[in-house]
Write a protein that binds this ligand. Structure first.
Ligand code: SF4
Length: 88
């Protein structure tokens, strides 16, 4: 019983951690204009994307690579290169 309670607390803390603002440091140079920023602000996209890529390892972002190369990519392309049809 004690183990179950502890597990529940850990899960709760983990979920809470996913949603807290950890946006510190320098964002990607495209951040101000990136649709990912808008989607997160509109509550359409989980903040984890911003945290992981825009304020994290921008070198792994497919959107940034295409943006830097001046190549077309749709607004609903996520930083990992997948398309989210829910986003418009
Ligand atoms: S999604 Fe990619 S291109 Fe857009 S701001 Fe974040 S790191 Fe930059």
């Amino acid at each position: 019983m004690v183990w179950i309670k502890q597990t529940a607390i850990v899960m709760t803390m983990s979920e809470k951690d996913d949603n807290k603002e950890i946006f510190s440091g320098e964002p990607c140079i495209w951040y101000a204009f990136c649709p990912m920023k808008r989607f997160v602000e509109q509550g359409l996209l989980d903040k984890k994307w911003i945290r992981k890529y825009c304020f994290g390892d921008q070198s792994q972002c497919v959107r940034k690579k295409l943006e830097d190369e001046g190549k077309y990519h749709p607004d609903n392309m996520l930083p990992d290169g997948s398309i989210d049809e829910r986003l418009r």
